[in-house]
Design a protein around this ligand. Sequence first.
Ligand SMILES: Cc1cc2nc3c(=O)[nH]c(=O)nc-3n(C[C@H](O)[C@H](O)[C@H](O)COP(=O)(O)OP(=O)(O)OC[C@H]3O[C@@H](n4cnc5c(N)ncnc54)[C@H](O)[C@@H]3O)c2cc1C
Length: 437
Amino acid sequence: MATGLFLFQNDLRLHDNPALRLAVEEVDKLICVYCIPSARANRYPYTISIPAKARWQFLLHSLKALSDQLLLRNQQLLIALEHPLNILPELITRHNVSAIYSSEHVGTYEQRNWQTLMGRYPYIQFRAITTHTLFDRAELPFELNELPSTFSKFHKLVKDTPIEKPIGDITKMPPRPKDVAIFDVLSPLLSKKFTSEFNGGETAGLEQMANYFASSAPSNYKETRNGLDGWDYSTKFSPWLALGCLSAKSVLAALAQYQQAQCEQSGSSDWIKYELMWREYFQWYGHKYGHRLFQFRGIKDSSPNTAFYPERFRRWCEGNTPYPLVNALMNQLRQTGYMSNRGRQIAASCLTNELSLDWRYGASYFEEHLIDYDIASNWGNWQYLAGVGADPQGHRHFNIEKQTDDYDPDRTFINKWGGDKFDGGLDSVDAADWPIY
Ligand SMILES: Cc1cc2nc3c(=O)[nH]c(=O)nc-3n(C[C@H](O)[C@H](O)[C@H](O)COP(=O)(O)OP(=O)(O)OC[C@H]3O[C@@H](n4cnc5c(N)ncnc54)[C@H](O)[C@@H]3O)c2cc1C
């Protein structure tokens, strides 16, 4: 009787989950575990360890959905408000676990936890399988340490590389050992009052994908994708992709089906694949550069001329800067946990350029709030915008006035999200901490 343990991370789904499929095929009993991230150690001193409400609730609803799906398959999800290195050793010993399965993770801490467990239990089989990306490492047409330094070079190399089809749903699972104690930690944490357009979980993610491809929006994607507000200008798949409620391969398969059915001439929906390739690039970028993803000097090892001004940073977070568009964007982020791609670029550019702030504080704030927070996409994009990452131009500075004219000419977005709330004066002290009168 082999007992396995499956550690869910950013793969909260039963469709196209080859890591879970392997576990299901190889063991007689299975313990399914998820460790709540807020209980994990702080990433860095400037990182906030408890996610903001929208991100937190999206995660909890996604876990609830996974838990419900597992129950339908006579399984149960053990959700631990614990660091994995606290809970897993106890489970391994008590239940005589002989194999541990998980999805390969891009996070430095997640990888370190995995390595620590491998070191502690040399007699256990450890299987980390790729589930978060379109390719696995062996399918990439280059060695990881030869990942191109820019996206366009990467895209040239991978655009014709075949992508495996997604695998089907897992319909049957081995039972859990009877004496695994499961407590309901979710119910007291789930907020009934919290409402969002984004419902967490695999079923909701698959539904969004089906609805999006049942509409005509994909055929206008390239033209609309830079919008700031609304549901249809972009796919909105990112929160589900980030937690793995949706697989990137399933999105590509649905896109191919859409294109076949529509016989689309414009090629507009092709841009969805192009954007998923950006996601792919940042994932492998994260795998290649590891902890350098979080370093001030980035992968370019160049130092931006920025610092930390607590008051400016607070104003940026609270949507109280001299830039109404940025204020509106930050208010939208705080209230919903989501911001458009164009919005993220403008807000990030403002933080590093207009406000001369250290980009890592901005990235951390996004980490706290974004319901689609994804380590590689967030920190990789921030590095790119701060000029210490994969941008061949070296530096991006968005002209906020021009962006306002282009994307919010009649100030609908600014008015909707209360962007005109600047109370005057960016700094109340000078660089030497003297009050400014
Ligand atoms: C400063 C900054 C921080 C970001 N942080 C995150 C993050 O934490 N998580 C995250 O998923 N995306 C992040 N992005 C990328 C992008 O903004 C979001 O993926 C996108 O806005 C999500 O909305 P959507 O699903 O409607 O995107 P769509 O435009 O519909 O794109 C389809 C999919 O392609 C991927 N994608 C699109 N653009 C990018 C991009 N620039 N980089 C990586 N993947 C992309 C996403 O998975 C997205 O769901 C960030 C971008 C910036 C500039």
